[in-house]
Design a protein around this ligand. Structure first.
Ligand code: CP
Length: 320
């Protein structure tokens, strides 16, 4: 594996899940793989879970780790070619990438959607440049449009906690005060379609996810109807993906608090377990009672970020 952006990059999911279980039982089993090798983790925006879990995963595999916060500890980077650099950005990505690559063997990149230009965000300009110019394996630590390490951790969590062979998993939109990217729901939809689950997406009209990720998944606009009989409820906000109208891309079309996941929503499910990638806005996305309930998986789900990252880094190291 040379890059990790999409579910297909990892190979058969049943094997990846078996590897996840193996690593969870003995997370240092492959410690020799990273000996005298270095992972560079580059953050273009904030992170708690990805920052910590990916470092832990790298250390599980014996890797040295370097973390760079672009625009904080380093020079501000220009990412567009052709720009007259007379502003506050001192260095261009086209020089910075090969320089950074010369100090490491694997590169993880976290970028963020600008949410003003759908075409630019979905082109993944920054991540693509790392893949093209670094000469190193590159893995996404969340990009403008996808968050595969999160989706893999979500799938591991569902596999560990499912109480039926083929559970019903519902991804529900929920309100949020700020416009958020579609990276998490995009990847969650992509990974659930590849997994052995009954997958349903529910959101208000206008929030249709990109067909590249959601494919032919069942979309149900009536939230309570979608949640009926669910075994897992995965709540997440996202801004308008602009599929029907690119002018609406990144906009907040609804703050309808009736979509907040509360006990009345959970009551129509099959005693569902609650999931969210975190960070979460309590009493916007989900009520205190639901997130604190014994059926909430948000903490084991976050802890599984270490496991998903260890499996992914293992694959990248094995291909060096
Ligand atoms: N879920 C997630 O990626 O969290 P962070 O943004 O804190 O890394």
């Amino acid at each position: 594996m040379k890059t990790f952006l999409h579910v297909n990059d990892l190979g058969p999911l049943d094997l990846a899940l078996a590897e996840a279980a193996e690593i969870k039982a003995d997370r240092y089993k492959y410690e020799h793989l990273g000996h005298h090798k270095t992972a560079l983790l580059i953050f273009f925006n904030n992170s708690l879970r990805t920052r910590l879990s990916t470092q832990k995963a790298a250390r599980n595999l014996g890797l040295d780790v370097m973390v760079l916060d672009v625009n904080q500890g380093a020079w501000k980077l220009e990412t567009e070619r052709g720009v007259v650099m007379d502003g506050d950005k001192s260095e261009h990505l086209l020089e910075a990438i090969p320089v950074m690559a010369s100090f490491c063997d694997i590169i993880g990149v976290r970028t963020f959607a600008g949410l003003t230009n759908r075409q630019a965000d979905y082109a993944e300009n920054i991540l693509s440049q790392f893949i093209k110019y670094s000469g190193r394996p590159v893995f996404s630590m969340e990009s403008a449009t996808a968050h595969p390490l999160q989706a893999f951790a979500d799938l591991i969590t569902i596999e560990e906690h499912k109480e039926t062979k083929r559970p019903k998993v519902v991804l529900t939109w929920a309100p949020h005060p700020r416009a958020l990217p579609q990276a998490v729901p995009n990847s969650f939809a992509e990974w659930m379609r590849a997994a052995d689950v009954d997958f349903v997406v529910t959101h208000p009209h206008g929030y249709e996810l990109d067909p590249l990720f959601v494919g032919d998944a069942h979309v149900e606009y009536d939230q309570l109807k979608a949640l009926k009989g669910a075994d897992f409820v995965y709540a997440k906000n996202w801004s308008c993906p602009g599929v029907a109208n690119a002018d609406d891309y990144g906009k907040i079309l609804s703050k309808d608090m009736s979509w907040t996941v509360d006990e009345a929503h959970m009551a129509v499910t099959n005693n569902a377990q609650f999931m969210h990638c975190l960070p979460v806005r309590r009493n916007m996305i989900v009520t205190d009672d639901v997130i604190e309930s014994p059926r909430s998986l948000v903490i084991p789900e976050a802890a599984n970020r270490e496991i998903s990252a260890t499996v992914v880094l293992k694959h990248l190291l094995e291909a060096l």
